[in-house]
Design a protein around this ligand. Structure first.
Ligand code: PEP
Ligand code: MG
Length: 794
């Protein structure tokens, strides 16, 4: 292909033309030219066109000069200022007239081809680097959808050009030592599909690496929401061999991004009757899988493909195909640079086990969170509830502060993501020792981070896979007298978690739904006349979990944000006090009856009522956190009663045993509740006087301390005297192994609630401990009581 042309048509280019038109455009051409899959037609502006644009507007020197001022790419504020300046400079420069003419002519010809004067097109940036085989490294540039009219097309091409200078792209090039101007930009101008549905598909099952299946993800409207993770799409698993659909997951889909008839895009709700429906027909699913198989065959490797279903004639289109990157790292032909030296760069507390390797992304504040991309390793000071959507996408998480029961630790374990916390307490903090976009290997089982990608990571399945694998173990799961429950807050994983051998959910944290689905302070929503938003969103999340687990019980823990976390919710500053020590402040039960918060709490109660009564899911129970006095529990029960919820045979109310007063006065608390669940995270903090979030005292914080154990045993004894049950839902049984479990079982605990990744193992330990106890009894030996565990030792 001549490299002097400004414009090339898709059927004139192929994968060898990456230097001319970048990876994206080349791949579109390749598919149109050399496969039979349907790809919307279009053209691409070339690298030559881009260079001509820079030359004509005399931009090269200006850009170089501006970027030279950026001495340190980690200086975020200068980077932002210079990035903005360069983008503006590029965007506001005039297009050379001959280039402008060429783009407009090509656009007109495209219109003639489909018989429309100003056809709607999508304009995608495609970065090219002449000397690099894979130019996708810089591929964070923009896409403009639903553009119409020649002037607008030219405008968006200039916008694409300027997007080569996003802060992230500039940063990345400096890190890698690439010359900013060795990279060019091609804009792919492609006929717009009027998507009524769209999504992505992979030529392997990305959740476990199974190469015999195609995984298709489908949502309503345009694909951006599926790609960005804004909606949870349908998942269809199709066997390649005979195109048989082997599994489907159909979540509720409430919103979609659609094209506006006048140009641009907008968000719309999905009509009620479509929300729970399968997005594609089985026939369409098989057709897409057939295309995926053909594309994979053509490229000879696993591919990540975007597709769309056009409302005009229900035709399926392929919009893009690129090599799949997460699992391909495990293929021998994908050349991961394996580090030869084993160099430890950071150490910390092993909060959630597992091994992961990849690019580190240092995020300093929640404002930068949109920059975080799926599959990266999140490195930060500390996470909070509003970080959860990004955490979900992370391959691993590393935080400077925090102990074993901090936010990052709890969420990672629940999601099955390797996590190391408290790096600052063990030396240089992660955010300083780890440079942005550095390749690292995270050994979260041992709390160590290595520079580079180490060999063993390539062989090790992800934690996520371990969870998937544990659900399909053929070995029968042992029956235990002690119930094994699971901790679960993320409704999106409820279906999968429900397949684990557990007897119910022992702790459902509401905070995930608040952070991901509501995002606004309840009092702000009340003040702005939208209280139903809280009730509906909470009820929806809870419904998902209850439905997946039914008939097994789900114990919902009422909200337990701290004031510092509530303040992060939209509108929160107005209602939240500045507290010197939020962990010991206005949290848990003390809010529920407080005149300033009472109405907000009632919304949570209404959501519970809705799930139990409207949706008929009677397996929903509740639990009250952080109750300091007996009077508090009485007041909270009063509110439940006012709202029409009363304890009964199918509605149990538990108290979280998190404060020493709960144990000391257990005989008094017994009267008001059906059972306890020991929140060993807060409980240990308060018995030992160790801030659970402070890594400096992390080595003292230990749930196995005699003071904690002795008082737990006492609580079980006192609760059982009045026929109340005792469970435990803190991190302790998930992380401390068989000895701690043995202590709990021997003390007569009724149930143990652990993180999803620990369920199978804990059930086995409990079964063997119980059998041993029976054996000892049969042999007449009885269990040797540990005198130290007695509340009143002799
Ligand atoms: C606990 O304190 O042990 C607990 C389970 O609650 P959280 O960690 O959410 O405070
Ligand atoms: Mg707690």
């Amino acid at each position: 292909m001549s490299n002097k042309k400004y414009i090339v048509w898709f059927d004139e280019i192929g994968k060898e033309d990456i230097p001319l038109v970048g990876g994206k455009s080349a791949s579109l051409g390749e598919m149109i030219r050399r496969t039979n899959v349907p790809v919307p037609y279009g053209f691409a502006t070339t690298a030559h066109a881009y260079r001509r644009f820079l030359e004509e507007a005399e931009l090269t020197e200006h850009i170089n000069e501006a970027l030279k001022k950026l001495k340190d790419p980690n200086d975020t504020s200068t980077l932002q200022k210079i990035g903005e300046y360069v983008r503006k400079l590029v965007y506001e420069s005039k297009m050379p007239p001959d280039l402008e003419r060429a783009i407009k002519d090509a656009y007109m010809k495209l219109g003639e081809r489909v018989g429309e004067k100003n056809p709607f097109v999508a304009i995608r940036s495609s970065a090219t680097a002449e000397d690099l085989p894979d130019a996708s490294f810089a591929g964070q540039q923009e896409t403009y959808l639903n553009v119409s009219g020649a002037d607008d097309v030219v405008d968006k091409v200039r916008k694409c050009y300027s997007s080569l200078f996003t802060d992230r792209a500039i940063f990345y090039r400096i890190q890698k030592g690439f010359d900013h101007l060795s990279i060019a930009l091609s804009a792919a101008v492609q006929l717009m599909v009027y998507s009524k549905a769209s999504g992505v598909m992979f030529t392997l099952n990305v959740s476990n690496g199974d190469e015999s299946e195609v995984l298709i993800e489908a949502g309503y409207g345009l694909g951006e929401y599926v790609v960005q993770g804004t909606v949870t799409p349908d998942e269809y698993y199709v066997r390649k061999e005979d195109l048989k659909i082997v599994d489907k997951v159909i979540p509720r889909k409430t919103k979609q991004l659609v094209r506006s008839p006048s140009g641009g895009v907008e968000e719309k709700p999905v009509p009620r009757e479509l929300q729970d429906k399968q997005v594609l027909t089985d026939e369409q699913i098989r057709e897409l899988a057939k295309y995926a198989v053909a594309i994979e065959k053509h490229y000879g490797r696993h591919m990540d493909i975007e597709w769309a279903l056009d409302e005009r004639g229900d035709k399926l289109w392929i919009l893009q195909a690129r090599p799949e990157t997460v699992w391909s790292v495990k293929e021998p032909e994908a050349k991961t640079a394996i580090a030869t030296e084993r160099k430890v760069i950071v150490k910390g507390l092993p909060a959630s086990p597992g091994l992961a390797a990849g690019k580190a992304h240092v995020i300093r504040s929640v404002q930068e969170i949109n920059e975080f991309k799926p599959g990266e390793i999140l490195v930060t000071e500390m996470t909070a509830p509003d970080w959860v959507p990004a955490m979900r996408k992370a391959k691993a998480i590393i935080t400077n502060s925090g102990g074993m029961t901090c936010h990052a630790a709890i969420v990672s374990r629940e999601l099955g993501i390797p996590c190391i916390v408290g790096t600052a307490s063990k030396g240089t903090p992660g955010t300083e020792a780890i440079k942005n976009m550095m390749d690292i290997t995270v050994d979260a089982t041992n709390g160590v981070v290595y520079e580079g990608i180490l060999e063993e990571e390539v062989e090790t399945p992800k934690a996520e896979v371990q969870l998937a694998a544990s659900t399909s173990i053929v070995e029968p799961h042992p029956v235990t007298g002690t119930k094994i429950l699971v901790n679960l807050g993320e409704p999106e994983i409820a279906e999968r978690v429900s397949k684990l051998p557990c007897d119910g959910v022992g702790l459902m944290r509401e905070e995930f739904i608040w952070a991901s689905e509501i995002g606004e302070h309840p009092l702000y929503l009340i003040e702005t006349g939208q209280p139903d938003k809280v009730v509906d969103k909470l009820a929806e999340g809870i419904r998902k979990v209850c439905q997946a687990m039914n008939p097994r019980p789900v114990v919902l823990r009422f909200s337990d944000f701290k004031s510092s976390e509530y303040r992060e919710l939209k509108g929160g500053e107005k209602y939240e006090p500045e507290e010197p020590s939020a962990l010991l402040g206005w949290r848990g039960a003390s809010r529920y009856y407080h005149p300033r918060y009472r109405e907000a709490f009632k919304l949570e109660v209404k959501a519970v009522k809705k799930v139990r009564e409207e949706y008929g899911l009677k397996n929903l129970w509740v639990m009250i956190p952080f109750v300091r006095t007996v009077e508090e529990v009485r007041k909270v029960l009063e509110i439940l009663k006012e709202e029409g919820l009363e304890r009964g045979p199918d509605f149990k109310v538990w108290l979280m045993a998190e404060i020493p007063s709960n144990v000391i006065l257990a005989d008094k608390f017994n009267e008001f509740i059906d059972g306890y669940s020991i929140g060993s995270n807060d409980y240990t903090m308060l018995v030992l006087g160790c801030d659970r979030d402070n890594a400096e005292v992390g080595s003292i914080f230990d749930e196995r301390d005699l003071a904690v154990k002795r008082s737990i045993k006492h609580l079980i004894d006192i609760a059982h005297k009045d026929g109340k049950t005792v469970s435990i839902c803190g991190q302790a049984p998930s992380v401390h192994g068989p000895d701690f479990i043995r202590f709990l079982v021997e003390s007569g605990i009724d149930s143990i609630s652990v993180n999803p990744d620990a369920v199978v193992q804990v059930r086995k330990w409990v079964a063997s401990i119980e059998q041993r106890l029976l054996l000892e009894k049969a042999l007449g030996r009885g269990v040797k009581e540990d005198p130290d565990l007695e509340w009143n030792p002799k």
